[in-house]
Design a protein around this ligand. Structure first.
Ligand code: AKG
Length: 292
């Protein structure tokens, strides 16, 4: 779905835009099915090892992960895009419906930036899972090398289940992207130096599966712990014009759409897996956060 002129203008003015119903349920269903199968596999292994006693097989997608986490923190081990390297995820990264929206902000030559995550954000008092306690205020320009400061990397944040204030939805500071990069510190997790935090009221981006939040690399955003009984599931993916610096040279980027050179588009799933395995087995390049 292409964005309207109003949505593009809103993105340019505010540094973010929340677009409703970009995706159909059929766009994300294969990814959710894969996640459910992954969790089921992990749960069965932990059950066989005596580390959990209840498989919670009947619990829905936005409940089961939390119930399993309560029993064993190992449930989420390896659950991210680059480690799972699952076929439906690879297909989704090039989903034409989604890329039509991305093209509205990035142009027709599109590269998938390697900074990308699956986030399961379970109820924060159910145990420790990497994202359950939220993330501090930061700009995504700070999780990239400074060489990428001028790259038009756009964060696409997609809920796979309801994302509400109670579930710790994304918060953004509007219109701050115009200030460019703000200094970040390492203490407390990569975060904007507290004295430099603009005094602006945050916007809470409540949204649901099918919606997409587009955020500029200079838009401060954060999320707080999930206080509900449900798991907030999301993907955060990044896309950029082909040829610009990715800010993460240790990890593989690839072309997902090209008018000028259609043959450059990576459609080979095995090759995508190979690129990640090679990056892990033969480390090179840089993966640094831009903190003082
Ligand atoms: O999903 C969240 O809670 C935070 C996401 C985030 O910080 C990001 O995508 O850069």
């Amino acid at each position: 779905m292409v964005l309207t002129i109003e949505e593009i203008d809103a993105y340019n003015a505010q540094g973010f835009v929340l677009v409703k119903d970009v995706l159909n349920p059929s766009d994300t269903k294969p990814v959710i099915d894969e996640l459910e199968a992954f969790i089921d596999g992990q749960a069965r292994e932990l059950y066989d090892q005596g580390k959990i006693t209840d498989l919670c097989s009947d619990a829905p997608f936005d409940v089961r992960y939390g119930l399993l986490l309560k029993q064993c923190a190992e449930i989420g081990k390896g659950m991210d895009i680059m480690h799972m390297r699952s076929p439906a995820m690879f297909t989704f990264l090039g989903n034409p419906n989604f890329l039509d929206a991305v093209e509205s902000l990035v142009g027709p030559e599109i590269t998938c930036n390697p900074i990308q995550h699956i986030r399961a954000k379970p109820p924060s008092d159910y145990g420790s899972s990497s994202w359950s306690h939220g993330v501090p205020w930061h700009q995504d320009a700070a999780v990239m090398m400074k060489e990428a400061e001028n790259s038009n990397v756009i964060t696409c944040w997609l809920p796979l289940s309801k994302s509400t204030i109670q579930r710790g939805c994304l918060q953004v500071l509007p219109e701050v992207s115009k200030m460019g990069y703000l200094r970040h510190q390492k203490e407390g997790g990569t975060m904007i130096v507290p004295d430099l935090m603009p005094e602006i009221d945050p916007v809470f981006l409540e949204c649901d599966r099918g919606d997409v939040v587009f955020i500029s690399r200079f838009t401060p955003h954060c999320s707080v712990p999930n206080k509900s009984d449900y798991c907030r599931w999301s993907l955060d993916l990044r896309y950029q014009p082909t040829g610009q610096h990715t800010g993460r040279t240790s990890n593989p980027d690839f072309v997902v759409r090209s008018q000028s050179n259609p043959d450059s588009v990576l459609t080979d799933y095995a090759e995508w897996c190979h690129l990640w395995v090679d990056a892990f087995e033969n480390p090179r390049g840089h993966s640094v956060h831009r903190t003082d």
